[in-house]
Design a protein around this ligand. Structure first.
Ligand code: SF4
Length: 321
């Protein structure tokens, strides 16, 4: 089994978020990123697709427009809709998709008709007075995510939220671990060993994905790349679901089960009581988690205990110094 990745991970990012004055009006968007916190985990590879396709700075503003067929959405220059940048931005995303092959995630600038990931404004070409719909994805972001469907992605502003940030960082580290495994060579045994470490993290995020991953791996032989692709799709999708207190309690109780025979009764009771306090909202997750991990660590010579102790759930990513 390959080792888990260490910080910093290579990450793609919209260049304006790193303080480069590449926006259409010559400004940057550094203030819109929790840059200091994120830089503890990531080495950024910055890309400005609009500059990349030769639009220059400053440049006329562009936007997403829905064509009269109701389905096609294009990136057009706002003051002259003869200029269509859609194909150029898609082509640039295709180039970057291979150049950025080693990245383990991507942070996109919100609301941009090139980089925005969620709810970008889409105007109606045939009815300029109609209120814009908030349903679009920037042309560059759409193409890049189509080509790398499992790559962890997020918008800058959402990463100010500690929960969403934690979730995103955890996904990037899981994905980087998967990339290392791919480089080392995937096989049925490697896949089972990989999943054995992510099992309880996945369970905490989504019981449904946990069950589906188990079913998928039960059909593992003969091994196929298609199956590995479906597995990583399930894992990444499952990890993107928010955890709940009840979900954590369930996982902690499962892990406590590993101590049934070996640990002293007083140790088991101490962990059970910490889990109960956490369930009632009286203490933070880190308390039962730390206690349980420490008790498991006392019995690492027992294979089942070692299995529980090495769960990624205990530390989804390395703590920044
Ligand atoms: S949002 Fe994207 S295209 Fe716009 S300035 Fe930032 S990096 Fe460039």
């Amino acid at each position: 089994m390959v080792d888990r990745p260490a910080s910093p991970l290579a990450l793609g990012i919209s260049e304006c978020l790193l303080g480069k004055a590449v926006r259409y009006d010559g400004s940057d968007a550094a203030a819109e990123l929790a840059g200091e916190t994120l830089a503890r985990y990531f080495a950024f590879q910055a890309v400005c697709p609009e500059v990349g396709i030769g639009m220059g700075v400053p440049r006329p503003p562009i936007g997403l427009y829905r064509a009269t067929d109701g389905a096609t959405i294009s990136v057009l220059q706002v003051d002259n809709q003869q200029y269509d940048h859609t194909a150029a931005l898609q082509g640039y995303a295709q180039q970057q998709a291979s150049l950025l092959g080693e990245i383990s995630g991507y942070i996109f600038m919100k609301n941009s008709p090139s980089c925005g990931l969620y709810t970008v404004k889409v105007q109606n070409s045939s009815n300029p007075l109609a209120a814009p719909e908030r349903v679009g994805r920037g042309a560059y972001a759409a193409e890049l995510t189509r080509l790398h469907p499992h790559l962890p992605v997020e918008e800058n502003e959402r990463l100010f939220d500690p929960e969403l940030r934690h979730n995103f960082i955890a996904r990037t580290f899981a994905y980087a671990h998967w990339q290392k495994l791919q480089q080392a060579g995937l096989s049925a045994a490697a896949l089972v060993s990989f999943h054995s470490r992510y099992k309880y993290l996945l369970m905490a995020h989504s019981q449904t994905h946990y069950r589906q991953a188990g079913q998928l791996l039960s059909q593992l032989r003969p091994y196929s790349n298609d199956l590995a692709e479906r597995y990583i799709g399930l894992l990444m999708d499952g990890l993107s679901k928010p955890t709940t207190r009840a979900g954590h309690v369930n996982v902690l109780q499962h892990l406590l089960g590993y101590l049934k025979v070996l640990a002293k009764k007083s140790q088991r009771q101490a962990v059970a009581s910490a889990i109960e306090s956490f369930a009632q909202g009286r203490i933070e997750l880190r308390e039962p988690l730390g206690l349980l991990h420490a008790v498991l660590a006392e019995h690492l010579d027992v294979p089942q205990i070692h299995y529980a102790w090495q769960q990624v759930y205990f530390e989804p990513y390395p703590q920044a110094g």
